[in-house]
Ligand binder design. Structure first.
Ligand code: NAD
Length: 352
């Protein structure tokens, strides 16, 4: 099986590529622009694998996409390339519109063209998996879960751009019969996570004795999924899911942000103790504009129809993650020193 993975040098994309190359044994082409979030070091565990190759290219570049498809002849495309950080989308949405919407459209058109040229069996077996987020559904109150039928109601420029791309993908199925599937996943965490997001930022700031910023009063709730469980789910959805359908992916691990930060502090107090507890560094900062209160995923369709089950719960996954950051300074040190040092993002005032 030949799989083209867009965004394969990013956080989730690299976990998926490592899984496909190392465990599934697929032939993989990683197609990635290498923005600030793309990092070939995340593919180091498979750098000598004969069944992996890398192409630096932009999904907005129709010719580059068409030529990669013609050369590599994939049986599947797993589409993860995106601008992914909500705070950055608040500071400036242009790259999000360009990559997430225009780039997805460009990729869809090039892929449809390629698919139309395939012959019988290969055409029938072709799959395009669009990887999306639960943030397209907007915010939940204290109770309730997002299902595949929940209406889209995105709040941030990021989630609005992902919602737009989901609609394009589904339209390409309904209009052209293009063989797509969509996954909507909750917040991921784990190794190789760019240290601008809550969990890796908290771990590294704590290690460096710096403040641990918590937005608002820390009561916002996210449903956390270990990234390797997500990678397995994606391959399963593309392999066994029904065309033109959506699948929610989530870990049934809801946690308030403040509890996530406290848990990381507790683990560090145990495995890397300092004279005073790490929680002394917790600092409440101005809330994110338009901050969704709660996300929670009902993943029962994926579990009952396709037999997926998360292997990690939050306690096992967060322990592994903290230990991974402590043991892999080679990976994060250059990012902290040269790409992003941990400064606050996403404080642009809300429009009135
Ligand atoms: P990431 O920011 O870590 O990685 C994105 C990758 O896409 C990077 O390697 C980057 O270089 C590449 N890229 C960006 N623009 C590109 C372009 N124009 N052409 C080619 N490559 C480009 O993101 P992530 O956290 O790994 O997320 C991957 C996908 O999963 C995204 O589509 C995101 O919306 C979705 N998702 C993320 C989460 C999460 O918790 N991180 C949850 C659900 C869904």
């Amino acid at each position: 099986m030949r799989v083209l993975v867009t965004g394969g040098a990013g956080f989730i994309g690299s976990a998926l590529v490592r899984y496909l190359v190392g465990e599934v044994g697929a032939e993989v082409l990683t197609f990635d622009k290498l923005t600030y979030a793309g990092n070939l070091a995340s593919l180091r565990p498979i750098e000598n694998a004969a069944n992996h190759r890398f192409l630096r290219a932009d999904i907005c570049d129709r010719r580059a996409v068409a030529s990669a498809l013609a050369d590599f002849q994939p049986d599947r495309i797993y589409h993860l390339a995106a601008e992914s950080h909500v705070d950055r989308s608040i500071d400036g949405a242009a790259d999000f519109i360009e990559t997430n919407i225009v780039g997805t459209y460009t990729l869809l058109e090039a892929a449809r063209d390629y698919w139309r040229g395939l012959d019988g069996e290969r055409k029938a077996g072709f799959r395009f998996l669009h990887v999306s987020t639960d943030e397209v559904y907007g915010s939940l109150k204290e109770s309730g879960l997002f299902t595949e039928k929940t209406a889209y109601d995105p709040s941030s420029p990021y989630s609005a751009s992902k919602a737009a791309s989901d609609h394009l993908v589904m339209a390409w199925h309904r209009t052209y019969g293009f063989p797509v599937l969509i996954s909507n996943c909750s917040n991921n965490y784990g190794p190789f996570h760019f240290p601008e997001k809550l969990i890796p930022l908290t771990i590294l700031n704590a290690v460096h004795g710096r403040e641990l910023p918590v937005y608002g009063n820390g009561s916002n709730v996210r449903d956390w999924l270990y990234v390797e469980d997500h990678a397995r789910a994606l391959h399963l959805i593309a392999s066994k899911g029904q065309l033109g359908e959506k699948y929610n992916v989530g870990g049934r691990n809801e946690r308030r942000n403040i509890d996530v930060v406290q848990t990381i502090c507790d683990i560090l107090d145990r495995v890397s103790p300092t004279p005073e507890p790490h929680a002394r560094l917790i600092t409440f900062v101005t809330d994110r504009p338009g901050h969704d209160f709660r996300y929670a995923i009902d993943a029962s369709r994926l579990e009952s129809e396709l037999g997926w089950k998360a292997q990690e719960n939050f306690e096992t996954g967060i322990e592994k993650t903290v230990l991974w950051y402590l043991g892999n300074e080679w990976w994060w040190r250059p990012l902290r020193d040269k790409v992003y040092a941990g400064e606050r993002l996403g404080t642009a005032p809300q429009a009135v």
